[in-house]
Design a protein around this ligand. Structure first.
Ligand SMILES: N[C@H](CCC[C@H](N)C(=O)O)C(=O)O
Length: 285
């Protein structure tokens, strides 16, 4: 089967995008296709698969499948790439429009440079969900999970759990270089206290407006960047008193910087870039 695709990345978090305004694919093929295109040896190589599709409630819809074929509810870096794609391919004709995900409907705004090329994209990622059952996380009171003791693999950590429509477990460390990303990421991802799994973030606070960030993603492992994770990390830093609401926070991810702010109305805003890597045809056997 010949499948036309566009490969795009947001700070190195790269996906294979299918334009379902122009192409059709059977639902039951999607998990297998996500695994096939993601394989760096026998496929194209990516962190997963993203569908750009019509929506009945917004200007465009987005679905995301991780490298392992599991479907996520939303994707921050993916949303910026979708915004770029639909702007540059005349699927939308405004600079501000709405994108439907499984988690929510978000507002996207593209900013142009002096050559009318897209300079950066801002997404209103909506309100974080903080109650235990909204993460979801088992094993304690219904209240917010802020610096809660979290024993894992014989180590005593403290977890702050946030949902941006997808689950995130945030851990603050003294040095990002020493973060146990490969050692504990895969263990925490599948920990039974997170019945739907969890994205795992390690964060080093540099100042009241700057942090270092690394991520082990649910369903994809270590990625260069995670947009929803960066939002969750900033919300966690504010809940722990390291930062303040309303400030524009710079998050240093492996692949580059994202700017996040949690405004006084409770909305989390994410600003960053998006790039096209390649277009082509994938031959699914
Ligand atoms: N692995 C995530 C989906 C991708 C999120 C990430 N790539 C982002 O940019 O937000 C999950 O299963 O919830």
């Amino acid at each position: 089967m010949e499948i036309p695709f566009t490969k795009m990345h947001g700070l190195g978090n790269n996906y294979i995008y299918l334009d379902l305004f122009r192409f059709e694919i059977k639902e039951e093929m999607l998990p297998r296709l996500a695994r096939a295109v993601s394989d760096v040896h026998t496929g194209i190589g990516s962190d997963g698969l993203i569908l750009i599709q019509p929506s009945e409630v917004a200007d465009v819809g987005m679905r995301i499948f991780n490298k392992d074929g599991s479907e996520g509810n939303t994707c921050g870096n993916g949303l910026r790439c979708v915004a770029k794609y639909v702007s540059e391919n005349n699927i939308v004709s405004f600079r501000k429009f709405w994108i439907e995900t499984k988690a929510n409907v978000v507002e996207a705004a593209v900013e142009l440079d002096e050559n009318d090329d897209i300079k950066e994209i801002t997404i209103n990622m909506g309100e974080p969900r903080l109650k235990r059952e909204q993460i979801p996380m088992l094993g304690g009171p219904a209240s917010k999970i802020i610096a809660e003791p979290f024993a894992v693999d014989g180590q005593q950590l403290q977890v702050t759990a946030i949902s941006m429509g997808n689950p995130h477990a945030v851990f603050f460390v003294d040095s990002i270089e020493d973060a146990p990303l490969h050692e504990l990421g895969p263990v925490i991802e599948k920990d039974a206290r997170f019945p739907e799994g969890v994205n795992v973030e390690f964060v080093e606070i540099l100042s009241d407006r700057e942090m270092n960030f690394r991520v082990w993603e649910r369903g994809s492992g270590v990625t260069e960047a995670c947009g929803t994770g960066a939002c969750a990390a900033v919300v966690a830093a504010i809940l722990n008193g390291f930062m303040k609401k309303g400030e524009r926070i710079c998050v240093h991810l492996s692949g580059g910087d994202l700017f996040i702010h949690w405004d006084k109305q409770g909305q989390v805003w994410m600003t960053g870039g998006a790039e096209v890597i390649a277009t082509g045809v994938f031959y699914l056997s």
